[in-house]
Design a binder for this molecule. Structure first.
Ligand SMILES: Nc1ncnc2c1ncn2[C@@H]1O[C@H](COP(=O)(O)OP(=O)(O)OP(=O)(O)O)[C@@H](O)[C@H]1O
Length: 339
């Protein structure tokens, strides 16, 4: 993988107060060009339609030569000191280099001429984020998913992660808005683009803490690693059986108390095959060495697929359709002590 030698590649020096993405997007485009990231002509795309909003970006769908694309327009005001700029460049170079059916594809970058907005040109996922996809499965307050689909999405995420980990890339920020669904298949996206997880302007930020390795929250010098991805995976597996984000109606502080102070996890959804529960409970262990490897998880999933793929899992934790639409899911689920 091509890496950046900062002095040789020479990005502009930044002055305090001027450290925004907008100031640097020109030099970023030049640098990425030197690293074989394609610079695509914005006029080739049809009028973009907004489809999603995250902490750092607005995402649009567009077409070019009858093919769909997603344009991820990074916020011009993103704070970009030299360190963050280097991190962002390296992540885009990483994204350009990966190629796997369960990892989002980067086709290149572009800049909107009027606003100079810096954009990533990405594979378009026609079912949107996993979170929205699961939400669309609710009918009259009842969520249901077949084990066949449960295992298929789980295996898609695992296969993407095995590939990324094999390349030495830990995702570090896995949650249901960073898994996209295309034709029902899981695509891992958004690995490593710098985030402000504690950004209170993002309404979804509070629940994101529920996916983060508790070791990262408890230990000062702990950096999230591949084992941290396994923790997030456990939470995602639970979410696939419930249809709702973990601790969805609690504040960030209340989630912190549940997970860190009490070592609690979400309640198990009745009717989930015990082998699948066993798997995700091990994944979300506090101790990282108690979490299974991806290879073990895939073996277990293959076994489960043989014995229980025709079962349906349902969940009606008092969630109404209007709660779903507001992304605010009503009744508080009961919780179980983590063993
Ligand atoms: N390639 C894509 N195809 C279809 N929809 C997408 C795509 N990329 C992102 N989206 C939609 O846009 C939303 C926001 O995108 P994304 O998560 O990448 O932004 P972000 O600023 O990096 O967010 P966050 O920091 O909250 O993870 C996603 O949750 C999803 O609904």
């Amino acid at each position: 993988m091509s890496s950046i030698s900062w002095d040789r590649d020479g990005l502009l020096d930044t002055k305090p107060g001027e450290e925004t993405l907008l100031k640097h997007s020109g030099s970023l485009v030049r640098l990425l060009g030197q690293k074989n990231v394609k610079n695509l002509d914005y006029s080739e795309f049809t009028k973009p339609k907004p489809i999603g909003k995250g902490v750092t970006a607005i995402v649009y769908s567009t077409t070019s030569r009858r093919k769909y694309y997603a344009l991820k327009s990074l916020n011009n005001n993103l704070d970009m000191d030299k360190r963050k700029l280097k991190q962002l460049s390296q992540e885009i170079i990483n994204l350009n280099y990966v190629d796997h059916p369960n990892v989002i594809k980067l086709f290149g970058i572009s800049r909107e001429p009027k606003t100079s907005n810096f954009m990533l040109v990405l594979q378009y996922a026609n079912n949107g984020s996993l979170r929205n996809y699961l939400r669309s499965k609710f009918r009259n307050g009842l969520y249901s998913i077949s084990c066949n689909e449960l295992y298929s999405i789980s295996k898609g995420i695992i296969n993407g992660l095995i590939y990324l980990h094999g390349k030495g890339i830990a995702h570090r920020n896995l949650h249901s808005n960073n898994i996209l669904i295309n034709d029902g298949k899981a695509l891992i996206s958004d690995f490593g683009i710098p985030k402000q997880l504690n950004d209170s302007s993002n309404p979804g930020a509070a629940t994101m803490i529920a996916y983060i390795d508790p070791q990262f929250i408890c230990k000062k010098k702990f950096d999230c690693d591949q084992k941290s991805d396994i923790y997030s995976l456990g939470v995602l597996f639970w979410e696939l059986t419930s249809g709702i984000p973990p601790f969805h109606n609690l504040t960030m502080m209340a989630i912190y108390l549940e997970i860190i102070s009490k070592n609690n996890r979400e309640r198990i959804i009745e009717g989930t095959p015990p082998g699948y529960v066993d798997l995700y409970v091990k994944c979300w262990s506090f101790e990282s060495n108690e979490r299974p490897t991806l290879e073990i998880i895939i073996i277990k999933l293959n076994e489960l697929e043989k014995e229980s793929s025709d079962i349906m899992i349902t969940n009606n934790t008092g969630v109404t359709d209007s709660d779903q639409n507001m992304n605010n899911h009503g009744a508080s689920p009961t919780r179980q002590e983590c063993v």
